[in-house]
Design a protein around this ligand. Structure first.
Ligand SMILES: [Zn+2]
Ligand SMILES: [Zn+2]
Ligand SMILES: [Zn+2]
Ligand SMILES: [Zn+2]
Ligand SMILES: [Zn+2]
Length: 384
């Protein structure tokens, strides 16, 4: 938070009149006229002796010259002193004033902020303040929402309820399930199933073409409201889920009675048979298009991991991978701004998991990440 300290500045200036009548001998502290005349008369008397090696400047202990332009103050002339310095005119004195950081005007009085910048007026000072992303007013203090490079909000706007999608305290509107959405997110909010499906298929295609992450099987997709998603992801805790991937393997147990004899009785043999596998992706409605792409990439990454590395159970690996894929897709589609949330997430599975993947990616590339996943799968495999 930035809170400039306001300081009024200004130096004491005094207007004085040069009391001597003698041109060229102006002094700041003037001798009493009688004594001055006596010395001057003596000087004139001895002038022939001194001429050539004695100049009037030497006689005058403090020559009254302007500290800006160097001009001598003439007898009877008005001059100014401030902080022990002499100025021949107001104009010369004004050149020593600090320059306003905003309008460039030199001013005697004004304000300095914490970093020492000078402002000539309250208007110039306030124009240096942050502009509220909500109401547009400039405010001396406020709140930055959305991490390090988030948006600035004035104290009034910072108190407003937050948008479910971007988390910003803009003027939100309520949707059917009670969620609040801001006008910016509302602009591209996806509520139509066909539009959702098109975005999802495009994301799947991007993952296949750019990252070679693909699955061929059928996935059921559903666009749901908050209560429905909460029922699907119980106990997700503080993290407000925006989507979910559900994998269900329906198996049927077949019991065979074989080898019945008179002595041992029938022997039971149980065989497990896969009957059906269902894969479902649930995504929250009203997500802005850019955010929807990110959430689709995240859930599709779960589907891919389940298909090829089914033994991985560690949440940090699962969520770290899904966030890493979403992060890559965000970069590919030019939504780098959404990546700040992923990078700055403090969650031990989502945030730490992502940073773990990114570290491997930075060091050993995408192949390194795949090798790591393969190894994790092997370690968690029941028949390794
Ligand atoms: Zn001057
Ligand atoms: Zn100014
Ligand atoms: Zn505001
Ligand atoms: Zn929003
Ligand atoms: Zn996930």
């Amino acid at each position: 938070m930035f809170l400039p300290r306001i300081q009024t500045m200004g130096r004491q200036i005094m207007r004085k009149k040069c009391e001597t009548n003698e041109i060229g001998l102006g002094k700041r502290k003037f001798l009493p006229p009688a004594l001055f005349h006596l010395i001057f008369a003596a000087f004139l008397t001895f002038l022939p002796f001194f001429s050539g090696f004695f100049s009037p400047e030497l006689l005058s202990a403090e020559p009254a010259a302007c500290s800006v332009c160097g001009r001598r103050i003439k007898g009877g002339e008005t001059y100014y002193t401030a902080s022990g310095k002499i100025y021949c005119s107001k104009k010369c004195f004004e050149t020593t004033f600090p320059k306003c950081t905003v309008c460039g005007k030199k001013s005697e009085k004004g304000f300095r902020n914490e970093s020492g910048a000078f402002f000539c007026s309250r208007e110039c000072l306030s124009s240096s303040w942050n502009k509220c992303a909500g109401c547009g007013k400039r405010a001396q203090s406020g709140l930055i929402v959305g991490g390090e490079d988030g948006k600035f909000f004035c104290p009034d706007c910072a108190q407003k309820p937050r948008c479910f999608a971007c988390g910003m305290p803009f003027d939100c509107e309520k949707i059917e399930d009670g969620r609040l959405i801001c006008p910016h997110c509302q602009e591209s909010a996806v509520t139509d199933f066909n539009e959702f499906l098109e975005i999802l298929n495009n994301t799947r295609k991007l993952m296949r073409e750019k990252l070679q992450i693909q699955t061929e099987h059928e996935i059921t997709f559903r666009l749901v409201d908050r209560p429905t998603l909460d029922k699907i992801t119980p106990g997700s805790g503080s993290q407000d889920e925006l989507g979910a991937f559900k994998f269900e393997k329906m198996t049927e147990k077949v019991v065979l009675h074989t080898g019945a004899t008179l002595f041992s009785g029938p022997t039971k043999k149980t065989i497990e048979e896969n009957v059906s596998i269902s894969r479902k992706i649930f995504i929250l409605s009203h997500l802005p298009k850019k955010k929807l792409i990110e959430v689709c990439a995240h859930e599709l990454a779960h589907d891919w991991m389940q298909e090829f590395f089914p033994h991985i159970n560690r949440l940090k690996t699962k969520e770290g991978w899904a966030e890493f894929v979403a992060w890559r897709i965000n970069s590919i589609v030019g939504s780098e701004d959404l990546n700040r949330r992923i990078e700055q997430n403090l969650h031990p599975d989502y945030g730490d998991g992502f940073r773990m993947m990114k570290q491997i990616y930075t060091k050993s590339g995408f192949k390194g990440v795949l090798r790591f996943i393969e190894e994790e799968n092997r370690k968690e495999s029941p028949n390794k």
